[in-house]
Design a protein around this ligand. Structure first.
Ligand SMILES: Nc1ncnc2c1ncn2[C@@H]1O[C@H](COP(=O)(O)OP(=O)(O)O)[C@@H](O)[C@H]1O
Ligand SMILES: [Mg+2]
Length: 317
């Protein structure tokens, strides 16, 4: 499928990849996949085949039928348009496609240009000198400000963003690329355009009630609120094993919020709040992953069914 945004996706090859995919050990699939990174929800990989090298694939096996895929695709495309043309963020060249696997199940793939491992924020903060790591955090805040300034100019539209450090890639001294586009959250007249239930599907049904509560009450809202996005970005440094940066990053963030971003009137960040937030957040995601593994065990081993999701082994926090 040709795509105006730069990457054309080879549906036949992806279909062939799906045919031999071992979600439990993607690197041992018939066409192997090399894992590039794990998010909280998705797994990103390179398909080891001619024509797919140098690309990053994000696989979403969460749809029940074509209508759901079509709806998601429209929301995804509009989110991309808002982020780029509306807000002025830069994304890596990308494309997407959807198809039915051999069993008739829809799969949606986002394909992006693969960015160097060391350029991804959570890796870069371990390689850069301290002052550069801090300036990376300031640059991220600068990009986030574009989103919030855009939202302030809107009457009926609000765009959410996940500012976490692992969602940014350093593309040059003045350029950051935003990679995390698979959860296209924006609201029109207060109405969420994405069917967030889709993302509960990747969770065990026995904990959908818990997640529904978490998602609706907390996890989704937080991406719309500048203060919480900044707290989340900073708290993430615990997970990324750079808690030593936190006091300086808080100072830089408060400086930014009181200076350049003053018109947004975002309350300053307190260290205590970052710590408490992280403890709670780590608990949520640890529980979520543990439950998904229980679910995988039940579905794949006990019920001898097919478990479609690729899960990380262990996430260091
Ligand atoms: N285009 C890309 N090139 C290289 N690595 C990528 C790319 N996109 C994502 N990744 C890696 O995969 C991780 C998860 O991707 P992301 O899109 O943020 O998914 P999630 O929604 O699950 O957080 C990133 O933090 C990064 O390490
Ligand atoms: Mg991410």
């Amino acid at each position: 499928m040709d795509n105006p945004c730069g990457i054309s996706t080879d549906v036949d090859l992806l279909r062939e990849f799906e045919r031999g995919l071992d979600p439990r050990r993607p690197e041992r699939s018939r066409i192997p996949a090399r894992i590039l990174g794990y998010g909280e929800i998705s797994t990103v990989f390179e398909v080891q085949a001619e024509g797919m090298r140098g690309l990053a694939c994000k696989r979403l096996p969460i749809f029940r039928d074509g209508a759901e895929v079509a709806r998601y695709e429209a929301v995804y495309a509009e989110y991309i348009r808002l982020l780029t043309e509306g807000i002025g963020l830069t994304l890596p060249p990308h494309g997407h496609c959807a198809f039915l696997d051999d069993a008739g199940r829809p799969v949606f793939y986002i394909v992006q240009q693969q960015l160097p491992y060391d350029s991804i924020g959570n890796r870069a903060i371990h390689l850069l000198p301290r002052s550069e790591a801090l300036s990376l955090m300031r640059r991220i805040l600068g990009e986030l400000r574009r989103v919030w300034a855009f939202n302030r100019r809107q009457e009926h539209l609000q765009v959410a963003i996940d500012g976490q450090i692992s969602n940014w890639s350093i593309a040059g001294p003045a350029a950051l690329l935003y990679v995390d586009t698979s959860t296209p959250l924006y609201r029109v007249a207060g109405v969420e355009q994405l069917d967030t239930e889709l993302f509960l599907r990747s969770a065990p049904s026995f904990m959908a009630w818990l997640l529904r509560w978490l998602f609706l009450k907390d996890v989704v809202d937080r991406y719309y609120e500048p203060h919480r996005v900044v707290v989340d970005l900073i708290a993430n440094l615990y997970k990324e094993q750079r808690a030593d940066l936190i006091p300086d990053v808080i100072a830089a963030a408060n400086n930014f919020l009181a200076g350049e971003a003053a018109e947004l009137a975002v309350a300053p960040i307190a260290e205590r709040e970052v710590r408490d937030y992280y403890r709670e957040d780590a608990t949520i995601w640890r529980l979520y992953l543990a439950m998904r593994k229980v679910d995988r065990f039940i579905r794949a081993r006990l019920l001898r069914g097919r478990y479609p999701y690729i899960l990380p082994d262990e996430v260091k926090r």
